[in-house]
Design a binder for this molecule. Structure first.
Ligand code: GLV
Ligand code: GLV
Length: 324
């Protein structure tokens, strides 16, 4: 019999049909609501493959219910929503979609940096609210991007791609990462610094690190205090890398200038989220990789990983290989 795949989101026909050629497929049909945990629990019990997204938590309790699950394939590069250790213990593969979204996510990260620096949301609101009056010399003056210092925390593929964009603006690029990146140093002219130096000297602090125990609240109260009063924080990684209460205080009291955020600790956030009450927050609904081309590539790649696993091949982008 064909393997059974459960999709946690409504996916377009091209993706479903691709899977249906080799699998039995069912999916969560409601576009506006994520799959409830109890539905996912039932499906995990009987599925051979799970096709999921960043917003589906797959903790140990769920993985332990799996009876025949061979692979969890997420349509994302980040896989902090999946307990990969629990998966490995049960010989379940976990696959993700790195590479295809790198440049698209770097574009969005840089857009966020620029929007926050030059106060684009406030400018847009000014016009929409009919508040554009006489020319005022220091109205909506922001921070320069060109020739400023860009500090990148997490020099993976995305961090490097952001850094490369910075070189076009003649930015001085420093980075902090678990390991040195000699190629980035050579090709981009990025300089490795300790985290404190990065925080203390950067005009833009950009978080592009994966979310792990080590990067949980890497931007906390202390880190925010070390940043320049004129500095802007940009986060396109995961909300959990930033302590949002501490960020609120820092922004409210002017200990940093602004923040551009594509990710939040508990997504989706609502309009009553404290950070949204601040004019110096530029907020986006987790759309880093959301270009049409890139989302199609990710969707196909996640489907291909399932098909590869069922054919007995090793999926191209596995984060956890079964131990045996
Ligand atoms: C999105 O956030 C991803 O990890 O791909
Ligand atoms: C993602 O692709 C990263 O490694 O930054």
């Amino acid at each position: 019999v064909k393997p059974y795949v459960y999709l946690t989101r409504k996916m377009p026909p091209a993706i479903v049909e691709k899977l249906e050629r080799e699998c039995r497929v069912s999916m969560w049909e409601k576009e506006e609501e994520p799959v409830p945990a109890e539905v996912l629990a039932r499906e995990i019990e009987k599925a051979d493959g799970i096709y999921c997204t960043v917003s589906d938590p797959i903790p140990r309790e769920l993985i332990e219910k799996a009876a025949r699950l061979k692979i969890i394939s997420t349509m994302a590069v980040g896989y902090n929503n999946i307990d990969v250790d629990a998966a490995a213990e049960k010989n379940i593969l976990v696959a993700h979609t790195p590479g295809v979204l790198t440049e698209t996510t770097a574009d969005l990260t840089f857009a966020l940096l620029m929007a926050a620096a030059r106060r684009l949301p406030e400018g847009i609101d000014t016009i929409r609210n009919d508040e554009w009056g006489a020319w005022v010399p220091f109205f909506l003056t922001g921070q320069d991007i060109h020739h400023s210092r860009l500090g990148i925390i997490g020099m993976g593929r995305i961090g490097e791609a952001v850094a490369r964009r910075g070189t076009g603006f003649r930015m001085d690029i420093v980075y902090h990462n678990r390991s040195r990146k000699p190629e980035a140093e050579r090709d981009i002219g990025a300089r490795y610094v300790e985290l404190d130096e990065l925080l203390e000297t950067s005009d833009f602090v950009c978080v592009t690190a994966p979310y792990t125990k080590e990067t949980h609240h890497i931007i906390d109260k202390d880190a925010l205090h070390k940043m320049k009063e004129s500095a802007i924080l940009v986060n396109s990684s995961r909300g959990g890398t930033v302590d949002e209460d501490a960020l609120y205080d820092a922004l409210k009291h002017g200990s940093i200038r602004g923040a551009g955020l594509d990710v939040f600790e508990n997504e989706p956030i609502r309009s009553d989220h404290p950070l949204l009450s601040l004019p110096n927050v530029t907020a986006l609904p987790h759309i880093g990789s959301a270009s049409e081309k890139t989302r199609w590539k990710m969707a196909h790649m996640a489907a291909d990983h399932l098909l590869q696993a069922f054919r007995g091949e090793e999926p191209d982008h596995v984060v956890v290989k079964p131990s045996s």
